[in-house]
Design a protein around this ligand. Structure first.
Ligand code: CAA
Length: 240
């Protein structure tokens, strides 16, 4: 029986590319999604990958959702914490809700999903957790105190949990994507985005599939000696 992987936010953008890459590796993939029913249905029709709807910022929903995936597909050995949102704005204009929602979903989601799956991985002596951070968690970004704080937190979370999982065959790693050609980046005002792209040495936005390659490496059987690591995939924009 093939190992089961869950990808949060796995039906669109970077998450969709990750779901496909893990499916190609022979894993049984479950794609979680938060709200876009239409896109989730189209994704299943196209890929045959089962989708599961819940809010990763909701602790109980993650416990229940992972139980449902286990019931349908088998025990979860691989978790990719990809789901994330932006609520950009300068601090002076940012509401507490915009701060809190980004922390709850982007950082809280990693805690909730890891809590729901780590015990089972430890019992079975094998696991892979990959957290999607961001260049903006490494370098900061004007207008993103919430997102930069949450993504920076993900990098710390990764290194701490890696130490806890190491003796049980569980690796915990992070990817720090730069600006990738997705709906999230398309929402950045065009003149702002132009200035950002001008600072990318490779001279273009990244592709979701280029992030998925990194995730696939961390999730492979051969990746067992790589843990607590952050792989920057950003076209040379920030060399960290
Ligand atoms: N550095 C310095 N100053 C900046 C700046 C920057 N990077 N960006 C904007 N400013 C300045 C502007 O020049 C302007 O100055 P003046 O008033 O003196 O002209 C001032 O800040 C206000 O700028 P805006 O008119 O843009 O202000 P706003 O309130 O309308 O919008 C904002 C502010 C929401 C932060 C907007 O600039 C924005 O959306 N920026 C993009 C933020 C960004 O990169 N988000 C990434 C999303 S994708 C993602 O997060 C994925 C990932 O992991 C990489």
């Amino acid at each position: 029986m093939s190992r089961v992987a869950i990808v949060t936010g796995g039906t669109r953008g970077i998450g969709e590319a990750i779901s496909l890459a893990l499916q190609e590796m022979g894993y049984t993939v479950a794609a979680n999604y938060g709200g876009n029913e239409e896109k989730a249905k189209a994704f299943t029709d196209k890929t045959g990958i089962a989708t599961f709807k819940w809010d990763v910022g909701d602790h109980q929903a993650c416990l229940d959702g992972c139980a449902a995936v286990t019931e349908a597909l088998g025990p979860i050995d691989i978790v990719v914490n990809n789901a994330g949102i932006t609520r950009d704005g300068v601090l002076a204009k940012m509401s507490f809700d915009d701060w809190n929602e980004v922390m709850r979903i982007n950082l809280g989601g990693c805690f909730n999903m890891s809590k729901a799956t780590f015990g089972g991985m430890r019992e079975r002596g094998w696991g892979r957790i990959v957290n999607i951070g961001s260049i903006n968690g490494q370098a900061g970004q004007y207008g993103q105190v919430n997102y930069a704080a949450a993504k920076s937190g993900i990098h710390g979370f990764t290194k701490a949990l890696a130490q806890e999982g190491a003796k049980s065959g569980i690796t915990v790693n992070a990817i720090a994507p730069g600006y990738i050609d997705t709906d999230m980046v398309a929402a950045v005002p065009a003149p702002v985005l132009e200035k950002i792209v001008a600072k990318i040495p490779v001279g273009r936005l990244g592709q979701a599939s280029e992030i998925a390659r990194g995730v696939a490496f961390f999730c492979s059987e051969e990746g067992g000696f790589v843990t607590g690591s952050t792989l920057s995939i950003n076209g040379g924009q920030h060399m960290y």
